[in-house]
Structures are given as structure tokens and as C-alpha cells.
Design a protein around this ligand. Structure first.
Ligand code: ADP
Ligand code: MG
Length: 242
């Protein structure tokens, strides 16, 4: 579903990604972890071409992001993304947040968009809040709406960038529960997260990054249960967060 091939990227003179290569199969859940500043957010943003790359290639569902003929807005509309800071439109109701992109980008009718959006809202357990505004919801609820909004676009893959790290601790569980449910339903997911409980429970693979490089790319069991085989940096990281 996603092929990341020898990707390098610079911000001006600073090389943020160095020769990153990995792939994610359909239905796979891959957790990306690593120290702050290691390039996790940058890597995940390159997957829907929010950040351009200067070397290598990324292929999503058979479509190369570096091919000038690729319709990036169209491709992006099918790659769901949920960020650390819920980016709901504050001046729109929950329902309007759910329907806007479906209508504007996918060209769905208002009724179709609403039906799809409310179905996804129900899936994240927030139907009762459909007429509220984001400011009237808790952080955890806003993040669940953000997930429902992404799902309303019928994504072929979901990208998460630390979706729970800005939340109060008591709200982390409700967001992770939705992500676990998605994973169990077979959604292809790439998740930057330090929630190792989530990684252990549902991920298939763990990627560990350090200083712009993919240092580890192995099965969950290998990552967590065979610490002696890990690189010193990954071991150090695991020791700090587990
Ligand atoms: P992570 O998500 O792992 O914390 P990031 O991908 O956000 O790491 O950042 C990796 C490195 O790139 C950091 O050193 C950061 O300061 C730098 N960086 C991120 N975004 C930009 C930018 N727009 N311009 C310049 N440097 C950036
Ligand atoms: Mg980040």
C-alpha cells in the first residue's frame, strides 16, 4: 500500500531524512517511534506529499508521489491524516466538520456526505454530539471527531502523528480504543506514537527512527521481546519509555 524508497529530505542545508526505505502492506499497522526531532513527523508527512522529498520515491497504492503526472490533491483525499493537535474547524459544527471535505473534495451531495459522516461519528461513539461545536467538546472527543472526519473520506490508509500526546491522560484511552478498533477492522495504518501499549496490542511492525534514519524495522515481537538484538539507541529509548 505504501512504498518508501531511499527517501532523503533536506530543510535548507539540514538533512532531516537520510535514505529511508520501508513499505507497508495492505491491512498492516506500523508504529513509528523514536526520540523527538528524529524525523518521524517529517517522514509521515511525506507519505501524503505534505512535505516534498529531494531524493527517492514514495508510492501509495501504486501511484508515485514524485511523478509530475500524479494528481496529488486526489491522492491526498484518500490518505487520512490525524495530527497531534486536533485541527477541526472551530466555527463549524461537528456535522459540518464531517461533511465539508466530502462535499468540496469528493463532490458528494450534502445528504450523502451527512449520511457517511454521521455513520463514522457513530462509530467513534459521538452521535449525541453531532450539533455541537468543537469548543464544546473535550480534547479526546475532538480527536475522535478528527478520526471520524478522516474516515468519512473512505481512506485507503490512515496516518496518525502522535494523536494522543496533546491530550490529558484520562482522555488517551478513548482515542486509543478507536484506533485499536480501526486496526482490528483491517485498516492500513502508520502511527507515530509513544503509546507502547498500543504498539504491543495491535501493531504488526515497529519502525524506530533516530537522527533522520530508520534504525530498526522489525516485527512487534522482535522489537519488544528481543531487546538484546536492538541497536543501542533503540534500547536506550525503550529503557526510557517502558
Ligand atoms: P519528530 O517528529 O521525530 O520529533 P520532526 O520530523 O518534527 O521530528 O523534525 C525533525 C527535524 O527537522 C528536527 O530537527 C526539526 O527541528 C527539523 N524540522 C522540522 N520541520 C522543519 C521545518 N519546517 N524547517 C526546518 N527544520 C525543520
Ligand atoms: Mg513529531
Amino acid at each position: 500500500m505504501i512504498e518508501i524508497k531511499n527517501v532523503s529530505k533536506w530543510y535548507g542545508p539540514f538533512q532531516v531524512l537520510t535514505d529511508c526505505t520501508t513499505s507497508i502492506q495492505k491491512g498492516e499497522v506500523v508504529v513509528v517511534c523514536g526520540p523527538s526531532g528524529s524525523g518521524k513527523s517529517t517522514l509521515i508527512k511525506t507519505v501524503n506529499a505534505l512535505e516534498p522529498i529531494q531524493a527517492g520515491d514514495i508510492v501509495v497504492d501504486g501511484t508515485s508521489l514524485t511523478d509530475p503526472k500524479t494528481n496529488l490533491p486526489k491522492l491526498r483525499s484518500r490518505v487520512g491524516m490525524v495530527f497531534q493537535h486536533f485541527e477541526l474547524f472551530p466555527h463549524l459544527s461537528v456535522t459540518d466538520n464531517l461533511t465539508l471535505a466530502q462535499i468540496k473534495v469528493l463532490g458528494r451531495s450534502k445528504d450523502d456526505a451527512k449520511a457517511r459522516g454521521l455513520k463514522m461519528l457513530d462509530r467513534v461513539g459521538l452521535m449525541a454530539h453531532k450539533d455541537k461545536f468543537p469548543g464544546q467538546l473535550s480534547g479526546g472527543q475532538q480527536q475522535r471527531v478528527a478520526i471520524a472526519r478522516a474516515l468519512s473520506m473512505d481512506p485507503i490508509v490512515m496516518l496518525f502523528d502522535e494523536p494522543t500526546s496533546a491530550l490529558d491522560p484520562e482522555m488517551v484511552g478513548e482515542v486509543l480504543d478507536v484506533m485499536v478498533q480501526l486496526a482490528n477492522e483491517g485498516m492500513t495504518m502508520m502511527c507515530v506514537t509513544h503509546e507502547m501499549g498500543f504498539a504491543r496490542k495491535v501493531s504488526n511492525r515497529v519502525i524506530f527512527m533516530d537522527a533522520g534514519k530508520i534504525i530498526e524495522d522489525c516485527s512487534k515481537d522482535e522489537f519488544f521481546n528481543n531487546p538484546d538484538a536492538r541497536s543501542p539507541r533503540a534500547k536506550d529509548f525503550l529503557a526510557k519509555i517502558l
